[in-house]
Design a protein around this ligand. Structure first.
Ligand SMILES: Cc1ncc(COP(=O)(O)O)c(C=O)c1O
Length: 354
């Protein structure tokens, strides 16, 4: 790994604004490795800079790109630590393989994540709910308009000190019944830009109607709940925790997986199965479904206040800040912020020597 002198200077001269928001303030450094002739180049840590791309660069036309989202925590200055980074690494290479891109070796992926975080250690926020959001991504960089997989790629890691994603506490969910996010055999379980671009129209519609998040249903039956635009979905029915079972149309969320493991550890029964929105509406009305929440790296666990459909009907949960969501959120954040014992081995200390 090469750490440019200029990158060290950029960090030394950096000062962080008090109000950081989400994804607006970037550390002044980045990590880059390029793939050419079948090989990855040595990782370089440079100052944060603009990319110069030829107008024919394939990613600009055919969207061959993938990304990850992960966080480093430094609550009360006890870190920085990463949360299950190996899971992000595995999912990144799963997405790479789905999008006809080369896998990134573990030492390059982890080396970049650890080095960016250790160099930026002073700027990993220390207040409750804050963290350093780390964004590894890969783009196809071959210059050529032919619709063929690129043979050249760039792997980059940037990082952003962030506050909480949702400030309001609970969210109102709009059930999207016209557009779809993913279909069987498609790319729904890969973290690739096109999935998000295809959901933006629905996000506009959701906001225009006055709601916060779009809920996606299965393309096949327009009834099975899949997930929200950047989060997985859970609900509590008759005191059991339910989440849609994974298919190739749902992103395999690391927070989802952690919540399932945490809940089982807490003796909460977890059921992974197909969930019908039609049935869920009825269960909310009967007050058998008492809580619902969204989860993800950015959102952590965000309670759902209500669901709203195309016909203007609303379905309000009995307790938006229900006991199950609260308990799991406290446990999860406690592990991430080092105030709870990590009996799962999810926390990884930043290696300064990498
Ligand atoms: C579509 C989608 N679903 C779910 C998630 C939650 O995944 P994770 O918990 O790994 O952040 C994300 C965020 O990465 C996402 O983009």
């Amino acid at each position: 790994m090469i750490v440019e002198q200029e990158a060290k200077k950029a960090i030394e001269n950096f000062s962080m604004p008090d109000n950081i928001g989400f994804g607006k303030v970037l550390l002044p450094i980045m990590a880059i490795s390029e793939f050419k002739d079948g090989k990855w180049s040595e990782l370089v840590i440079s100052p944060y800079k603009k990319l110069e791309l030829d107008p024919t660069t394939k990613v600009l036309h055919y969207g061959q790109e993938i990304f990850e989202g992960m966080k480093a925590y430094n609550y009360k200055g006890q870190g920085p630590v990463l949360f299950r980074p190996i899971e992000n690494f595995k999912r990144f290479n799963f997405s790479a393989s789905r999008m006809a891109m080369p896998e990134v070796p573990e030492e390059i992926f982890m080396g970049a994540v650890h080095k960016i975080t250790s160099l930026g250690e002073k700027f990993v926020p220390r207040r409750d709910g804050e963290s350093l959001y780390i964004r590894p991504f890969m783009i196809a960089t071959e210059k050529n308009l032919g619709i063929k997989p690129s043979e050249e790629f760039m792997f980059i890691v940037i990082a952003s000190p962030v506050g909480s994603y949702f400030s309001g506490g609970t969210i109102k969910v709009f059930i999207e019944e016209e557009m779809i996010r993913a279909c069987k055999g498609g790319t729904g379980n890969a973290k690739t830009g096109g999935n998000y671009a295809g959901g933006l129209n629905a996000a506009i519609k959701t906001k225009e109607k006055g709601f916060d998040q779009t809920m996606w249903l299965s393309a096949e039956d327009k009834d099975s709940i899949e997930e929200l635009s950047g989060m997985n979905f859970f609900c509590v029915i008759d005191d059991k925790l339910y989440t849609p079972e994974l298919t190739d149309t749902i992103l395999n969320g690391i927070t989802r997986k952690s919540i399932i493991e945490l809940a089982r550890h807490e003796n909460i029964e977890v059921v992974e199965k197909r969930l019908s929105i039609k049935e869920l509406k009825g269960l909310i009305k009967e007050a058998r479904c008492t809580e619902a929440f969204a989860c993800g790296t950015a959102a952590i666990i965000t309670p759902i206040d209500s669901f709203h459909d195309e016909r203007g009907e609303s379905f309000h949960l009995k307790s938006a800040h229900g006991p199950v969501a609260r308990k799991l959120r406290n446990k999860l954040l406690g592990i991430q912020q080092l105030t709870e014992t990590d009996s799962f081995g999810w926390i990884e200390k930043i290696k300064e020597t990498i």
